[in-house]
Design a protein. Structure first.
Length: 309
């Protein structure tokens, strides 16, 4: 699939061809020694005409030097210690451009990563480390912080950035890139903020079998994320509005944000605060603001933080 004629980060000299065996069994894989941003590299692959629309494509990087989060925030990556990968899938333009539906693409990615983390936990014979403080009064488990973070007791394990790329040669299809960043083998003193955590800090061996290497965990996570994304995107494409109802129920169950005070950063620079109440039919967040008014916060418009962050 790869050739010596590929430009820039996709060139043969930057490729790793003998890693991620489980992921290579289920997806087209471009594994890079280094990348500025795997999402930007994914855009480059699509623009070059080399993207294979049949099945999922994964672009992974051992080192990411200029990762992006939502609202142009910088995403921290530790070389060799962070999971940094972008997953590319073809999605029908009717779904991708429908504002009543496209917010669920971000939620599909979040749920798929949650499930991948739990599956990797079981397959590596690990268990969650009991949270000693339990300040948020929740179970020891990973959860979705609406709209795009993965948290463990409110501490950020990772984030997801979904973006759409229009295909000029195919008006009926859109390429959707899901960029996923997770702290895997990052020690406490190297985490970018106090409110962050890593896989190594929140898991422990369930018996005397020991801990698997980070490379195996990352391969498992990528392969399981592919399978989970493919399954959900397929069901979403078959029956968008019906499947959105199932997604709404699941996201409500998995959403750490609900019932908590939040601070909303709108795209125009203004802020608002209140209590997160519910997930709406279009995947937006229903909140009660400090004046008692009911408001909807949409996935594409804002960043949401717990009060105090």
């Amino acid at each position: 699939m790869c050739s010596n004629e590929q430009p820039g980060e996709l060139s043969a000299g930057n490729l790793i061809n003998d890693d991620l065996p489980q992921t290579r069994a289920v997806a087209h894989v471009w594994s890079l020694k280094t990348a500025r941003s795997t999402n930007a590299t994914a855009e480059q692959l699509i623009a070059s005409g080399q993207w294979d629309r049949n099945g999922m494509t994964v672009i992974a990087a051992r080192e990411q030097t200029a990762g992006r989060g939502r609202l142009d925030h910088t995403w921290f990556s530790a070389p060799g210690g962070s999971f940094t990968a972008s997953f590319i899938s073809a999605v029908g333009a009717g779904v991708a451009h429908d504002p009543t539906l496209n917010g669920w693409l971000q939620m599909i990615a979040g749920l798929s990563v949650l499930d991948a983390l739990r599956e990797a936990l079981q397959e590596t014979n690990l268990q969650w480390v009991p949270d000693p403080v339990n300040a948020d009064n929740s179970l020891d488990d990973v959860k979705l912080k609406w709209p795009n973070d993965i948290v463990f007791h409110g501490r950020k394990l990772g984030g997801i950035l979904a973006q759409m790329v229009t295909l000029p040669d195919d008006p009926n299809t859109v390429a959707v890139i899901f960029g996923v960043g997770l702290n895997i083998a990052v020690p406490q003193d190297e985490l970018p903020i106090d409110a962050a955590t890593s896989w190594r800090l929140i898991t422990e061996p369930a018996d005397e079998g020991g801990r698997p290497p980070a490379e195996r965990v990352m391969d498992l996570l990528a392969a399981r994320t592919v399978r989970n994304l493919e399954g959900r995107l397929w069901q979403f494409g078959l029956n968008p509005h019906g499947y959105a109802q199932n997604l709404r129920k699941r996201v409500t169950e998995e959403c750490w944000t609900l019932g908590r005070p939040i601070l909303v950063h709108y795209m125009d620079g203004t802020t608002g605060s209140g209590i997160a109440r519910a997930i709406d039919a279009d995947a937006s967040l229903a909140m009660t603001d400090d004046d008692g008014a009911e408001r909807l916060v949409r996935t594409g418009d804002v960043g949401v933080l717990p009060v105090g962050d």
